[in-house]
Design a protein around this ligand. Structure first.
Ligand code: FES
Length: 289
């Protein structure tokens, strides 16, 4: 298949988004063409797809629903939701960073250069940067850092300073450090191997950033423990925050209610659809996972 064929997309595009908070974006079903699909370490792969320009209108924190190939000959029934890792508008490419662990992502891991890949999106509501914020703190763990990575692009465009705290089991699985740094973010790596990822130490790092006036807002993904920490510090210092929720999905567009999660707003517990109402939510409303 030639790269030109990636310009084919369905006409059944739908408008998603909420005009008050985000620009309206047209979602559609696209055929991407694999440019590369390489291992970045023993667990994660980096997929680069040439896509139609309409798929490049993705906002940081939005996701695509991926029709993964089968890894073993048996059918893969459901699409897999995956947040976008990076958008390269100049090259017309969309990138995903993913852990090869389930049937969908193992099938995705078999994609080779030139293969077609069916993706639907962009879907959901992403991160938002308030114009008053000059410096933000991004805290993530594991593959959650891939979800947070587009914030580095968004912040660079809006000239917002970023400090990213990258939490990982060991140095081999630290994700997205290069991308954050290439876009001007300061990074701090904390690991399980030397216990620097302990909540008490991460709390100390964030408190120092607050004292240094480098924390106008918090962003997190990938760890319930780190979410709780940011919620506590946010409440204590009056700092707003956003969390990208990870959740199993089926339809990805708000129709099936499989992705419901509990949120607490003004003391009242309520259920929301992660695919349609999120996946990015006000940090203080999230009940955790
Ligand atoms: Fe169907 Fe969210 S996955 S409503």
């Amino acid at each position: 298949m030639s790269l030109e064929q990636c310009e084919k997309y369905t006409d059944s595009a739908l408008r998603v988004g909420d005009a008050d908070r985000y620009p309206q974006r047209v979602a559609g079903e696209f055929i991407g063409v694999v440019v590369s699909n390489d291992w970045v370490n023993k667990e994660y792969k980096h997929l680069v797809l040439k896509v139609h320009e309409r798929a490049l209108g993705t906002y940081a924190g939005q996701f695509f629903h991926l029709l993964c190939p089968t890894p073993d000959g048996a059918e893969v029934w459901m699409r897999r939701p995956m947040s976008v890792y990076r958008v390269d508008k100049k090259a017309g490419q969309l990138e995903f960073l993913y852990k090869c662990e389930g049937r969908g992502t193992r099938g995705m891991g078999m994609l080779a250069k030139g293969d077609e890949f069916n993706i639907a999106g962009p879907l959901g509501k992403g991160f938002k940067l308030d114009p008053a914020w000059k410096n933000i703190v991004v805290l993530g763990r594991g593959v959650g850092l891939a979800t947070l990575a587009p914030l580095s692009q968004l912040a660079a465009e809006k000239k917002v300073g970023v400090t990213t705290i990258l939490s990982a089991r060991n140095p081999d699985v630290v994700m997205s450090k290069d991308l954050f740094e290439s876009l001007g973010a300061k990074t701090v790596t904390v690991l399980d191997t030397d216990k620097s990822s302990d909540v008490a130490n991460v709390s100390k790092i964030i408190e120092a950033l607050i004292a240094d006036k480098k924390a106008d807002a918090f962003f997190t993904c990938g760890s319930s423990r780190l979410l709780k920490l940011m919620q506590q510090l946010g409440k204590k210092h009056g700092i707003p925050g956003q969390v990208a929720m990870e959740q199993i999905m089926v339809c990805g567009v708000g129709a099936c209610y499989v992705c419901m999660r509990t949120f607490e707003i003004d003391g009242v517990k309520t259920l929301k659809r992660v695919c349609r109402d999120g996946p990015v939510f006000d940090m203080q409303t999230a009940v955790g996972w």
